[in-house]
Write a protein that binds this ligand. Structure first.
Ligand SMILES: [Cu+2]
Length: 367
């Protein structure tokens, strides 16, 4: 939509002010020594150029942040894996999220740290979240009907192993494990084995920076089924170490003052250390059971308080585009900002010069 011919806003409003007085053509200015308006504009010119040289490279660096090289998944396909899971009287499995590979065996060492019996009972049905509202009898009925991939009882202080081989067709699926000792599952004792090798549920990319920021600060994952496996590749763009710690409380705002208390009572989905050093990459692999908005923070002292936080939208539309603003937009604004400041400076200098508001330097006199 171009303005109709003859309607030239810029010409009417601006040009008479910015233009040198009549007779002063550009050529005239350059052949003489610097005229007072040009001399007064020089500091503004320098400032504008400095701003441009500082602003443009940093804008370019910002644009480069969100696109680290994708180096591969955290777990190679077909490799046997092992893990140790503690069974506690809280009652909980710790950790409660395991990764395994299709066409390979997962060996789980089960250590009962508590003073009650616990079981590690692994569902045979993929991608189904068992209902904690079930009675112990209903839970038993579920396993009687559907079977289990493992069902190991561990006495207090005891250790046992569960070995499970997943075939290729399980890639990308999740299997829940629970303790079937009455009311332990109902009190929260459950977890998931995620088959992540070739079928990550959702692959996301995140960056950490020395300015205490996650870039982007909004991540989004959509899914038609739960649980959903989320694999986040985190690249450290700065030299400071960080953590990528995802709250397991949906639609809950953490506070820098009390997030440690919150995490004590509600363990985060994942608490992944991000190594110091530019370019360091690490994976955070975790399972989300329900749609919601989950806050993530850096738990290094002071970082969250300085703004190092973000939000993960799972099955919920994010409020803003996930992608950060493109480099081109940032550069354009910086450029226009620099040019605008420069223009204002020149204008002020010209006006000041001809209105005589600034005293002349001694010896300069008037021409
Ligand atoms: Cu940090």
């Amino acid at each position: 939509m171009s303005p109709p011919a003859g309607d030239s806003y810029n010409t009417h409003i601006n040009r008479p002010q910015v233009r040198p007085p009549s007779g002063d053509t550009v050529t005239d200015v350059r052949t003489r020594r610097l005229s007072p308006p040009v001399r007064r504009a020089l500091p503004w010119l320098v400032a504008g150029l400095l701003l441009a040289t500082v602003g443009l490279p940093s804008a370019a660096a910002l644009g480069a942040l969100p696109s680290p090289a994708l180096v591969g998944f955290s777990h190679p396909e077909g490799a046997n894996t092992s893990a140790t899971v503690n069974l506690t009287d809280q009652p909980r499995f710790a950790p409660s999220s395991l990764s395994a590979n299709p066409n390979a065996t997962l060996s789980v060492e089960l250590v009962n740290n508590g003073s009650y019996d616990h079981t590690f009972t692994l569902s045979r049905v993929p991608n189904v979240v068992l209902d904690p509202a079930w009675t112990p009898a209903q839970l038993d009925a579920f396993f009687a009907t559907n079977g289990s991939l493992a069902n190991v009882s561990v006495a207090p202080g005891g250790t046992a192993w569960a070995n499970v081989t997943f075939n290729a067709s399980t890639s990308g699926e999740s299997f829940e494990f629970v303790s079937v000792v009455p009311y332990q599952f109902q009190a929260g004792m459950s977890g998931f084995v995620n088959l992540t090798a070739t079928g990550p549920g959702v692959l996301l990319m995140e960056n950490t920076t020395d300015s205490y920021a996650f870039v982007p600060a909004v991540l989004a994952a959509n899914s038609s089924h739960y649980p959903i496996v989320i694999d986040v590749l985190i690249t450290n763009q700065g030299s400071l170490g960080h953590t990528f710690t995802v709250s397991s409380l949906s639609n809950y705002t953490l506070s820098p003052a009390n997030f440690t208390d919150t995490f004590t009572t509600n363990a985060p989905f994942v608490n992944q250390a991000v190594g110091s050093g530019v370019g360091t990459t690490t994976w955070a692999n975790f399972t989300v059971r329900h749609a919601g908005v989950y806050q993530y923070i850096c738990t290094i002292p002071g970082h969250f308080a300085n703004g190092m936080t973000g939000e993960l939208y799972v099955g919920v539309p994010p409020p803003a585009p996930v992608a950060p603003p493109s480099t081109a937009i940032v550069e354009t604004w910086v450029l226009f900002g620099s040019v605008g400041l420069l223009g204002i400076g020149v204008l002020v200098a010209v006006v000041a010069s001809y209105s005589g508001r600034f005293p002349s330097k001694p010896g300069e006199g008037h021409h």
